[in-house]
Design a protein around this ligand. Structure first.
Ligand code: BGC
Length: 447
């Protein structure tokens, strides 16, 4: 029996798991960061890039109504601020498409042994049925660049962007998109499959559906519960079929979705309305779709960000639901309430699934890098508590490796372990990234 690795504080991350022959063996714990194609690569041409051009002006004008702190209006690293139109256009993004070698060198220097990234469907299949071999070769090089550095690739197949021809047939509202997605997935499996063990077919199906089809905040800006339901169901079907395809073609792979699970609490613990609203949100937003994928997962991907404090106010015979954001609490630049304990509650509940868990995203926008180190440490402390209580967590990916294009908000939110100067494209490692590195190297939080 190999004794589990000890660390100075007396615990180890990789919980000992029984192997097939019965003895305990320590597993490698993956520490890394995540990105997604559209947010970092630059020069993508898809449904988002078109939408950005259409909406950038109005977004910058709307932003004018808000009081922004000076460090957001005049960012240290340069780059657009929320009042500028160019903030909302992904354009060159971080030019990661051309600089991935440099970026992976940084990840390696920070001690990362895994990296999550996504493949851009619109690059692979810019026209229906026409696959671009040059782009496939690009991602082959990306995967090889990770492997060369001893970094395990976790590959997402779909992270919120569609080729234009998919948008034109109605996107994920159309059942045919499931078939087309499967054909694209098949192509990737056939060409890149042998170098990838960990697969994430769909990123956060519920968040995309909610923002694009319920709140009308993402393209195609719809507010229609019926359509939202259809879209979510299509995602789940696509996910399950991809799961089966992956296992048919690549024995031994590990497949799971990345699920965004919030932590919801009632504003008033004694209010029945607040409590019922929390239960409904937990069910519809977080847990319902996880039941639908039962039996089709080798691991669970958990994306966890913040606490939602829910208050319900009756008004004119209707109920209005508020997510109360308290500026006096510990919050990120985007006003999200930082609540590390929430990750523990989600992990404990996910234990019911009896599967390995990877934290596929956890992070915050913090331009001044004042909160990030503490954010990471505190979340990892709660992750460790869950591990020591028997939850099988096997990896943690901070969101994100680099500052990047934060969807409808644009460039101003700074999520990166590494600061990006959007004018010069210069990368600068933030102090918090070095604190994270210390944790990785010690395999523990040692203070
Ligand atoms: C998404 C990322 C996004 C992050 C921060 C996640 O829900 O997967 O693409 O940048 O949240 O908002």
């Amino acid at each position: 029996m190999v004794p589990p690795r000890r660390d100075p504080s007396g615990f180890y991350w990789g919980a000992a798991r029984p192997s097939k022959t019965g003895e305990a063996r320590p597993e490698k714990f993956f520490f890394g960061a995540a990105t997604s194609s559209h947010q970092v690569e630059g020069n993508n041409y898809n449904d988002w890039s078109e939408w950005e051009h259409k909406t950038a002006n109005s977004k910058s004008q709307m932003a004018n109504r808000k009081n922004w702190p000076d460090y957001i209006l005049n960012p240290q690293a340069g780059g657009p601020n929320p009042l500028q139109k160019e903030n909302y256009i992904s354009g060159r993004a971080c030019d990661h498409y051309n600089r991935y070698e440099e970026d992976f060198d940084i990840a390696k220097s920070l001690g990362h042994n895994a990296h999550r990234f996504s493949i851009e469907w619109s690059r692979i299949e810019p026209e229906q049925g026409k696959f671009n071999e040059k782009e496939i070769e690009h991602y082959w090089q990306v995967i090889k660049a990770l492997r060369k550095r001893g970094i395990e690739p976790f590959v997402t197949l779909w992270h919120w962007t569609n080729p234009l021809w998919i948008r034109d047939i109605g996107g994920w509202e159309n059942k045919k998109t499931v078939e087309y997605f499967l054909r694209y997935a098949g192509k990737i499996i056939q060409t890149l499959g042998q170098e990838v063990k960990f697969w994430i077919p769909i990123n956060e199906p519920t968040i995309y559906t909610g923002l694009a089809y319920v709140m009308g905040q993402f393209p195609p800006e719809k507010k229609n519960l019926f359509k939202a339901d259809k879209v979510l169901k299509n995602f789940i079907t696509a996910y399950k079929k991809t799961y089966l395809l992956l296992h048919k073609k690549l024995p031994g792979v590990m497949v799971g979705n990345a699920n965004n699970i919030h932590c919801h609490l009632p504003f008033n613990k004694k209010s029945l309305l607040d409590k019922v609203a929390v239960k409904l949100l937990q069910y519809f937003r977080d847990w319902r779709n996880l039941k639908w994928t039962d039996g089709f997962e080798d691991f669970i991907g958990l994306n966890y960000y913040f606490l939602d404090t829910i208050k319900v106010v009756p008004f004119n015979g209707r109920f209005i639901l508020f997510d109360v954001r308290n500026p006096n609490k510990w919050i990120s630049d985007m006003g999200w309430e930082i609540y590390p304990e929430g990750i523990y509650h989600n992990l404990k509940k996910l234990k019911e699934k009896n599967l390995p868990i990877y934290i596929t995203e956890n992070g915050l926008a913090d331009a001044k890098d004042e909160k990030r180190a503490k954010f990471i440490k505190n979340h990892l402390k709660w992750v460790h508590k869950a591990i020591s209580e028997g939850v099988d967590v096997r990896g943690y990916f901070y969101w994100s490796l680099l500052d990047n294009f934060e969807w409808d908000k644009g460039f101003w939110p700074r999520f990166g372990l590494v600061e990006v100067n959007y004018k010069t494209m210069e990368r600068k490692i933030r102090p918090s990234a070095l604190e994270y590195k210390k944790i990785i190297e010690a395999n523990a939080i040692t203070e």
